[in-house]
Unconditional design. Structure first.
Lengths: 116, 114
């Protein structure tokens, strides 16, 4: 089945720890994204990547880092610098935005991160 | 800065009713608009994508319309069922340049009562 796989589904982080959330897609999409969802705030963009070995900060990138070494993978690291990391994290992918390409976005099932 | 508003924030209807969810956006320079469904604790499921040149899209009991000039979109659900209960989100993608970003509304929580 084609789609986006996020793992783990639940993640617990101790104070001062870095944790990495996995996102893999087999849709052959160029663009990948990470969003954070908090109750009452909607989805906010953390990082996005248009192509392998390139990524850009979104609206709330502080305390997060990403890499894009392979087209199908876009892992997100939540560092100890992120002061309020408890949230639901969603990964998405789409075709690129050039010309007439369909840019419909598809999402994974999310990772719920809790600080303990 | 693009802002997306969804009204109402919550809606409860009896089974079988037709209903309309509203989405408005402040900047009409959009590339497309996408409607999603989210079940509790789950990811987003894409329902309909409307390109900026289109007026509406249909999929089964769902019909989405787009009026770009007025900054509005509606999602019409016909003959609602309890299984339609979920949060519905709309998102717009900007046009031009780096049209990478989807801006989301906060969603409408729909409850369909048997």
């Amino acid at each position: 089945d084609g789609g986006i796989t996020q793992s783990p589904k639940y993640l617990f982080r101790k104070e001062g720890q870095n944790v990495t959330l996995s996102c893999e897609q087999n849709l052959n999409h160029d663009a990948m994204y990470w969003y954070r969802q908090d109750p009452g705030q909607g989805l906010r963009l953390i990082y996005y990547s248009q192509i392998v070995n390139d990524f850009q900060k979104g609206d709330i990138a502080e305390g997060y880092s990403v890499s894009r070494e392979k087209k199908e993978s876009f892992p997100l690291t939540v560092t100890s610098a992120q002061k309020n990391p408890t949230a639901f994290y969603l990964c998405a992918s789409s075709w690129g935005w050039a010309g007439l390409m369909n840019t419909e976005a598809f999402f994974g099932q999310g990772t719920r991160l809790t600080v303990v | 800065k693009q802002e997306v508003t969804q009204i109402p924030a919550a809606l409860s209807v009896p089974e079988g009713e037709n209903l309309v969810l509203n989405c408005s956006f402040t900047d009409s320079a959009i590339y497309n608009l996408q409607w999603f469904r989210q079940d509790p604790g789950k990811g987003l499921t894409s329902l309909l994508l409307i390109q900026s040149s289109q007026r509406e899209q249909t999929s089964g009991r769902l019909n989405a319309s787009l009026d770009k000039s007025s900054g509005r979109s509606t999602l019409y659900i016909a003959a609602s069922q309890p299984g339609d209960s979920a949060t519905y989100l709309c998102a717009v993608r900007r046009s031009g340049g780096s049209n990478y970003k989807l801006t989301f509304g906060k969603g409408t929580l729909l409850t369909v009562n048997p």
